[in-house]
Design a binder for this molecule. Structure first.
Ligand code: AMP
Ligand code: MN
Ligand code: MN
Ligand code: MN
Length: 278
């Protein structure tokens, strides 16, 4: 079975490697088909495609869109997108717009718990000024030594209910799926196991996603536990979704799962790539 890795981040969003270095790492790690899915941004795709081509690595253009659904942030991956499509580009630009203001508010709130200069501190880690994210703040907090790892930073400072958390409204589910489909892509619910919904809310999310044209969910992802691979394989089959696989790699020494290092999809699911010609 080919090693598909259809979710990871470069320094064009909140990863630490350039698209070129990511392509090289994917190739070295045995990835056979690779997608880079920067948050809310397609600016790295041209470089990623060129680097993959030079390595003979089949490449799939992707993106990971932040949405707000039932007052929580959910991520929708778009695969096989035309990154020059104006509906997609305009939509992504509209959600990137609020990030700097949010970051300044996060920084002001962190001051109240004794974390000084967080906006400037986070900026040092930012590759793309339009895409300052909580991950960049987290790297600054690690540099300060106030936490031992990223999960601790998110549970103590940056997650919902913590001092550094600023509620933010992203795109709607309908819009994100519409942008992806307008660009010829396939919409995939990213890492469903990460969301804190009850069964009723999950059922509503999956139905609404399907109704607006979504066709796949991530089953095997670096953000799921081994038990969740099986759990979401069942969910995929129950709702008639295709199954995707991706490490969600952000950087060496930071991400739990490296590019290409996940186990295969569970048996009995239909892969999102079943009808792709590469
Ligand atoms: P933002 O889009 O600015 O809200 O930042 C979200 C990003 O923070 C995600 O894409 C992850 O890379 C990172 N993140 C969120 N929660 C955690 C966590 N518990 N541990 C590590 N990274 C996280
Ligand atoms: Mn991220
Ligand atoms: Mn995500
Ligand atoms: Mn991701």
């Amino acid at each position: 079975m080919l090693n598909f890795d259809l979710h990871c981040h470069s320094n064009v969003s909140d990863g630490t490697l350039s698209p070129t270095d990511l392509a090289a790492r994917a190739k070295a790690n045995g990835v056979d088909v690779w997608a880079m899915t920067d948050h809310d941004e397609v600016g790295g795709i041209a470089e990623a495609r060129a680097a993959a081509r030079a390595l003979g690595l089949p490449y799939v253009p992707g993106v990971e869109i932040s949405i707000t659904w039932a007052n929580q942030t959910v991520h929708i991956v778009g695969l096989q997108i035309d990154e020059t499509n104006s509906v997609l580009l305009d939509g992504l630009a509209s959600i990137r717009g609020g990030r700097e203001k949010r970051a300044r508010e996060m920084s002001a709130q962190l001051e109240t718990v004794g974390i000084h200069g967080a906006f400037e501190g986070a900026l040092k880690f930012v590759g793309n000024p339009d895409l300052i994210s909580r991950t960049h703040f987290a790297r600054y907090l690690l540099e300060l030594g106030v936490c031992k790892d990223l999960p601790e930073v998110f549970s103590k400072y940056l997650g919902e209910g913590n001092a550094g958390f600023v509620p933010h409204r992203w795109a709607t589910l309908t819009d994100a799926v519409h942008w992806i489909r307008s660009a010829g892509g396939t919409a995939v619910i990213a890492h469903p196991g990460r969301y804190k919904f009850d069964d009723t809310a999950f059922d509503a999310l999956f139905h609404e996603f399907r109704d607006v044209g979504g066709t796949a969910i991530e089953v095997t992802t670096g953000s799921h536990t081994v038990d969740q691979y099986e759990q979401y394989a069942k969910v995929a089959n129950k709702y008639g979704f295709l199954a995707s696989r991706g490490s969600d790699f952000h950087g060496p020494g930071e991400s739990r799962v490296d590019l290409g290092a996940l186990p295969p999809l569970p048996k009995g699911v239909k892969p999102v790539w079943h009808d792709w010609t590469l």
